[in-house]
Design a protein around this ligand. Structure first.
Ligand code: GLY
Length: 352
C-alpha cells in the first residue's frame, strides 16, 4: 500500500492499495472518530460494494447509514443535494460524525458539498470507485453540483479528511467509464510529467497502482501550491473549458472524460495554429487519445461551443483562462478575450 500526504489547509492521507476497502472502517475510526458514518453512493456502487463498506464500518463500531441516488451526472443537482442533507438530518448525524463518499466523481461532488454544508461542515472521507475519481476528483477538495446554466456552478472547496483508494474496485468498471479516467491521466502527463505520458504507451490497467499514485502526487503538488485555484491550479483545467461546453451541449450524454479528451484535442490543434506548440507535440497527444479510444474531436460547431463556454465558471469578466500545451509535460495559461473565443475554438476544430 502507498500513502501520499496532502498538506493543504487540512492535511490528509491518500491510501492506495488492492483490497483495502475491507480495512476502511479501522482507518476511518483512527483518522476521524465519531459515532455515525453516512455512506453517500449511487445505485450501481451500492449494489456491488455497499454491504462490504457498511460491514467494515460496523466492525469499527460505526452506526452506518446509506444514502443512495441514481447514478449519472443528471443526479448532480440541487434536488439530490438537498435530499442528501435531509437524509443526514433525518438520520441524526452530528457534528462529529462522518460522511463517506463512495463512488465516482459525481458522488464525491455531491457528498463533499453536503459534508461542507451540513451543520456548516462535518468530517468527510472519499472512497473513489472509478479511475477518474481515484486520479483526480477525490483529491483537492472541489465539491459541488450543476445548475441548469452549467456544470459545477454551485459548490465549495472542502478538503476530505482521508482518501481510501482500493484499486481492485476498478476491475468492475465498464470500458467507457474506465476510459473517462484515462483522459484525466493523459491530461496530467501533458501538463506535468513527460515520463508519465510516455509510460502510458504501456496500458494503464497493467500498472494501475503506480499510475494512480503518480497522478495523485501530480495533483497534490498543484493543489498544495494553489488550493483555491487563483493561478497554477487552473492548469488542471486543460481540456475542461471546451470539455464542459461539450458536456452541456450533449445534455451530459457525453461523459466528463470523453468530453475532456475532445476538449484537449481542440485546444491542442488551436495551440499549433497559434504557434504555441510544435505539430509533433499535437501528434503525440492525439495519438495517445487514439490509443485509449478517446475522441479527438467533437461534432459541435464553434459558435455553439463558444456560447456554452461562457457559462463556465472559468470565465473572468470579459475573458476566459484557457490552458494550451507548450510541450509534453508543460502547459501554459492564456487569457482569451471573449470576442476571440469562437475563433480560437474554430482553429481547434479543423483537422491539421
Ligand atoms: N479537476 C481539477 C481540479 O481539481 O482542479
Amino acid at each position: 500500500m502507498k500513502t501520499i500526504t496532502v498538506n493543504t489547509s487540512k492535511s490528509y492521507d491518500v491510501l492506495i492499495g488492492a483490497g483495502i476497502l475491507d480495512e476502511a472502517g479501522t482507518f476511518i475510526r483512527q483518522t476521524v472518530g465519531g459515532q455515525a458514518a453516512a455512506i453517500v453512493t449511487d445505485d450501481n456502487v451500492a449494489a456491488l460494494y455497499g454491504n462490504r463498506l457498511a460491514e467494515t464500518l460496523e466492525k469499527s463500531d460505526y452506526r452506518a447509514v446509506q444514502y443512495v441516488f441514481p447514478h449519472g451526472e443528471a443526479s448532480k443537482n440541487a434536488e439530490t443535494f438537498i435530499s442528501a442533507l435531509n437524509f443526514l438530518a433525518e438520520n441524526k448525524l452530528s457534528r462529529t460524525d462522518v460522511v463517506v463518499a463512495f463512488g465516482g466523481g459525481v458522488t464525491g461532488d455531491i457528498a463533499g458539498f453536503a459534508a461542507a454544508c451540513y451543520m456548516r461542515g462535518v468530517r468527510f472521507v472519499q472512497i473513489p470507485t472509478t479511475l477518474l475519481a481515484a486520479v483526480d476528483s477525490s483529491v483537492g477538495g472541489k465539491t459541488g453540483i450543476d445548475l441548469a446554466a452549467g456544470k459545477n456552478l454551485a459548490g465549495a472547496f472542502y478538503q476530505p479528511d482521508a482518501v481510501i483508494c482500493d484499486v481492485s474496485l476498478l476491475s468492475s468498471l465498464t470500458p467507457d467509464v474506465f476510459r473517462d479516467g484515462c483522459a484525466e491521466v493523459i491530461k496530467h502527463g501533458v501538463i506535468a510529467d513527460r515520463v508519465l505520458f510516455e509510460s502510458l504507451k504501456t496500458p494503464i490497467n497493467t500498472q494501475l497502482e503506480a499510475v494512480i499514485a503518480r497522478n495523485v502526487e501530480i495533483k497534490r503538488d498543484i493543489v498544495v501550491e494553489d488550493e483555491f485555484e487563483t493561478g497554477p491550479r487552473k492548469l488542471l483545467n486543460f481540456g475542461h473549458t471546451v470539455g464542459h461546453a461539450i458536456e452541456l451541449l450533449s445534455d451530459y450524454h457525453i461523459t466528463h472524460g470523453h468530453a475532456v479528451a475532445a476538449g484537449m484535442a481542440v485546444v491542442t490543434r488551436a495551440a499549433v495554429r497559434m504557434d504555441m506548440c510544435e505539430a509533433h507535440c499535437s501528434c503525440d497527444i492525439l495519438d495517445m487519445l487514439r490509443r485509449y479510444e478517446l475522441p479527438e474531436n467533437t461534432k459541435y460547431k464553434a459558435d455553439d461551443l463558444a456560447r456554452a463556454c461562457l457559462s463556465d465558471k472559468k470565465r473572468d469578466g470579459d475573458s476566459i483562462t484557457m490552458v494550451f500545451p507548450a510541450e509534453i509535460g508543460r502547459c501554459v495559461r492564456k487569457e482569451i478575450p471573449i470576442h476571440e473565443l469562437e475563433k480560437v475554438i474554430r482553429l481547434g476544430l479543423e483537422e491539421l
